[in-house]
Ligand binder design. Structure first.
Ligand code: FAD
Length: 647
C-alpha cells in the first residue's frame, strides 16, 4: 500500500464489491470516502420522494460497511460539489480524486467541468467504469458512428470483451488523518418529516443497500431466472428480477450480474435446458437495454429534452392539466391504466408492461407531452433513472428509429383482457371495482346497470367514466399526426425560401430534427492523462451535415444511419426490442423517418428547468398547489412534480 491520500467520491456506485474507483484508491494508500449531496445542482432532476428514501437507506448501509473496513463515509451537504471536493482535498491534503462514471446529461456536464477545474488546480483525477459492461465510447459501427438502433448495438456489444470483475473487496481501508465538517444522514435532508409515514410502507417491500442487493440477485438467479422467459410478461407479482433500484444506485455491479447469469447459461446449455438458455438470453437483453439507455444519453446528450428523432417537433400536444391530473391520480376511467398509476403512487414501482401501457395512454390517448410523463416517472419511481426513463418514453412516443410507431394506439380495454385476464391486478389496486365480474372489469362502462349496481359501482361517482372515448382518441391522434405533417411540410417550404427561421414544437425550445452524427472528443481524456477516463462526445455541426433534403440526406451521409435505412426496409417487421422494451407494439419507422429540418442548433447544457412556457408552468404550479392541499384529506399523497420544475 502506498502513501497517497485519495478522495473517493461516491455517487451512484454505493457498493464495496467490484467498485473500481474504491479498489484503485485503496491500493494506492489511504482513502477518504465522501458522498456530496448538492440539491441545487440536481435542478429539475432533483430525485423524488421514494428515490430519496432509497438513497438515504443505501448511504447508511454503505457507511456501516465502510466503517467495518476502517473508514467512515463522510456526508456533505453543499451548494457546490466542486467547493465541497476542494474543501475535502485541503482538509486531508489529498493528492488525488477518484470516482466512477455517470452518463446522464446532467452528470456528464458537471463531472466534466469539475474534472477540468481540478486538473487545472494540479490535482490528479481518475475516473473509472463502475456502471456499465461497455463504455459508450467503445461501441461504434464500422464507420465510427454511434448506433441508433438497439439490435446492432447489442450484437456489437456481445462480441466485445467485458473487463474482469474484481469480486473481492478491499481488505482494509485506511481513513485519512483529519476530517472536515460533515453531517449526519438526517442532516442531508433526503427525507422530509411529512414524508416519513408514507415512506415507512416502502420499507416493508424493499431493503436498500448493497448486501441486500446481493441477496436479491442470488435469489433471482437461483429461483426465478430459469422461468424469466415465461414469467416476465406477467404484470402482477415478482415475475422479473426487481433489481432496477439496486442497479440504478450502483449497489450491484452489472458486471457481476452479467457474469453470474452467463455462468447459469453455460450450465443450462450443458444440460440441454433450452428454456433456461432462452431466459438468460432475454435477461441479458434487458441488461443490454440499460446499457443502451446510457449509450444514447452519452452520445446524444440532448435526449432528456428533445427526442432522438425529430418527428415530434410539430406534434400538437394537448397540454391539458386536468387530463394530466386524472392520469397521475389513476382516475382516467380505464381500469388497467388507473391500477398501474395507483400502484406507482403507492409503491414507487411498476412492471415494465404497465409502464408501457400507462405511458402510451398519456402520449397517444391524452396527447400529453412525453416529457411531462417522463418527469412524472422521474419523480415517482423508486428506480427513477434518467437514461432508462428517457429511453422508455421516447420508445413509446415514436421517437426512436426502432420504437413504437406514433400512430399505433393500443386499447387499454383489450390490453387489460390480455395481460390481466382474471382482473386480479385491477381489483387489487382499485378496491372500488373489487366486486365487478371479470367479464366487465376492464370496461365497466359497457356493463349493464344491474351488474354495476350489484358490484356497488357508480360510474362518475365512485369510479370515473372514461376520460375520453377510445374511438374519439383514435380520431384525435390521427388528426394530430396530420397536423404535425402539415406543419412539417409548411416549415419545409418556408426553409426553401432560404430563411433561417426555426419553428419549434409547442413544448420545446430546442430545435433540430435529424439524428446528428457523434464524434468523440478526445480532449477530455488528454486533460486528465488517463486511458480510463470519461470521454466526452461532441455533435458534428449540423449545418454542415443537414441538407434541405433533411433526414433522407442525413441517412445517406452517416454510417450510423445505415441502420436507419435498414429500418426503413424492415418497416413492417416487428423489432426484437419491442418484445423486450414495450412488447405491446409493432415496430416500424417509415413515417417517423420523414422528419425534416433547415437550421439546427444543438445544446449540451445542464437543464435548469423545463422549456415549456412560464405561463404554463405557473398554471401548473397553481394546479399542483391545489392538489397538494386537497390531498391533505388523506386520499392521495402530495405530488412533487411542479416543485421540482420550479427549482
Ligand atoms: C416509459 C418507461 C419508463 C421507464 N423508466 C425507467 C426508470 O426510470 N428506471 C429504470 O430502471 N427502468 C425504467 N424503465 C425500464 C423498465 O421498465 C425497468 O427497468 C424494469 O421494469 C425494472 O424491473 P426489473 O428490475 O424487474 O427488470 P428485469 O426485467 O428483471 O430486467 C433486469 C434489468 O435490466 C434493466 N432493464 C430492463 N428493461 C429495461 C428497459 N426497457 N430499459 C432500460 N433498462 C431495462 C433494468 O436495469 C432491470 O433492472 C422504463 C420503461 C418504460 C417503458
Amino acid at each position: 500500500m502506498g502513501s497517497n491520500r485519495t478522495i473517493v467520491w461516491f455517487r451512484r456506485d454505493l457498493r464495496i464489491e467490484d467498485n473500481p474507483a474504491l479498489a484503485a484508491a485503496a491500493k494506492e494508500g489511504s482513502i477518504f470516502p465522501v458522498y456530496i449531496w448538492c440539491p441545487t445542482e440536481e435542478g429539475q432532476f432533483y430525485p423524488g420522494r421514494v428515490s430519496r428514501w432509497w438513497l438515504k437507506h443505501s448511504l447508511a448501509h454503505l457507511n456501516q460497511s465502510l466503517k467495518s473496513l476502517g473508514a467512515e463515509l463522510v456526508l456533505i451537504k453543499t451548494h457546490s460539489t466542486l467547493e465541497a471536493l476542494l474543501e475535502c482535498i485541503n482538509a486531508v491534503q489529498a493528492t488525488k480524486v477518484v470516482f466512477n462514471h455517470l452518463y446522464d446529461p446532467v452528470s456528464l456536464v458537471r463531472d466534466h467541468n469539475i474534472k477540468e477545474k481540478l486538473v487545472e488546480l494540479g490535482i490528479s483525477v481518475q475516473s473509472y467504469n463502475g456502471d456499465l459492461l461497455y463504455e459508450p465510447w467503445e461501441i461504434y459501427d464500422e464507420r465510427g458512428h454511434a448506433f441508433t438502433t438497439f439490435d446492432p448495438f447489442w450484437n456489437r456489444c456481445l462480441h466485445m470483451q467485458i473487463k474482469a470483475v474484481s469480486i473481492i473487496p478491499p481488505w482494509e481501508l485506511v481513513p485519512a488523518a483529519r476530517t472536515i465538517k460533515k453531517c449526519s444522514i438526517e442532516d442531508l435532508g433526503l427525507e422530509d418529516e411529512s414524508e416519513k409515514s408514507s415512506n415507512a410502507l416502502l420499507g416493508r417491500a424493499w431493503s436498500p443497500g448493497w448486501s441486500n442487493a446481493d441477496k436479491a440477485l442470488t435469489e433471482f438467479i437461483e429461483q426465478h431466472l430459469l422461468h424469466y422467459s415465461n414469467n416476465r410478461l406477467k404484470v402482477g407479482g415478482d415475475s422479473t428480477s426487481l433489481l432496477s433500484p439496486y442497479l440504478h444506485f450502483g449497489e450491484l455491479s452489472v458486471r457481476k450480474v452479467f457474469q453470474l447469469t452467463r455462468m447459469k447459461q453455460i450450465l443450462w446449455a450443458n444440460q440441454g435446458n433450452s428454456a433456461g438458455e432462452e431466459s438468460v438470453t432475454l435477461f441479458l437483453r434487458a441488461l443490454g437495454l440499460r446499457e443502451y439507455s446510457r449509450y444514447l444519453c452519452f452520445n446524444f446528450p440532448f435526449t432528456h429534452e428533445r427526442p432522438l428523432l425529430g418527428n415530434l417537433r410539430f406534434f400538437p400536444w394537448n397540454s391539458d392539466l386536468t387530463n394530466f391530473k386524472a392520469w397521475r391520480q389513476g382516475r382516467t376511467g380505464y381500469p388497467l391504466v388507473d391500477a398501474g398509476m395507483r400502484e406507482l403512487w403507492a409503491t414507487g414501482w411498476i412492471h415494465n408492461r404497465i409502464r408501457v401501457i400507462v405511458s402510451s395512454f398519456a402520449v397517444k390517448i391524452l396527447l400529453l407531452p412525453w416529457r411531462w410523463g417522463m418527469k412524472y416517472f422521474w419523480d415517482t419511481l423508486l428506480d427513477a433513472d434518467l437514461e432508462s426513463d428517457i429511453l422508455g418514453w421516447q420508445y413509446i412516443s415514436g421517437s426512436l428509429p426502432d420504437g413504437h410507431e406514433l400512430e399505433r394506439l393500443d386499447d387499454p380495454e383489450i390490453q387489460g383482457v390480455k395481460f390481466d385476464p382474471e382482473g386480479d391486478y385491477v381489483r387489487h389496486w382499485l378496491p372500488e371495482l373489487a366486486r365487478m365480474p371479470t367479464e366487465w372489469i376492464h370496461h365497466p362502462w359497457d356493463a349493464p346497470l344491474i351488474v354495476l349496481r350489484a358490484a356497488g359501482v357508480e360510474l362518475g361517482l365512485n369510479y370515473p367514466k372514461p376520460v375520453i372515448d377510445i374511438d374519439l382518441a383514435r380520431q384525435r391522434l390521427t388528426e394530430a399526426i396530420f397536423k404535425m405533417w402539415e406543419a412539417e411540410a409548411a416549415t419545409k417550404s418556408a426553409c426553401s425560401d432560404e430563411t433561417n427561421e426555426v419553428v419549434v414544437d409547442n413544448t420545446n425550445s430546442v430545435t433540430n430534427l435529424a439524428i446528428p452524427k457523434v464524434v468523440l472528443n478526445t480532449k477530455a481524456a488528454h486533460a486528465t492523462i488517463s486511458s480510463n477516463d470519461q470521454k466526452v462526445p461532441t455533435l458534428q455541426d449540423p449545418k454542415n451535415v443537414v441538407s434541405p433534403n433533411k433526414r433522407s440526406k442525413c441517412v445517406e451521409e452517416g454510417g450510423q444511419n445505415q441502420h436507419n435505412s435498414q429500418n426503413h426496409k424492415n418497416a413492417t417487421e416487428v423489432s426484437s426490442i419491442d418484445h423486450d422494451v414495450c412488447s405491446t407494439a409493432e415496430s416500424s419507422s417509415r413515417k417517423k423517418q420523414k422528419s425534416t429540418t433547415c437550421t439546427s442548433t444543438y445544446t449540451f447544457s445542464v437543464p435548469q428547468q423545463c422549456s415549456s412556457s412560464s405561463e404554463l408552468k405557473r398554471s401548473w404550479q397553481e394546479q399542483i398547489d391545489m392538489e397538494q392541499s386537497s390531498s391533505k384529506d388523506g386520499k392521495l399523497p402530495p405530488l412533487k412534480f411542479s416543485q421540482k420544475i420550479e427549482k
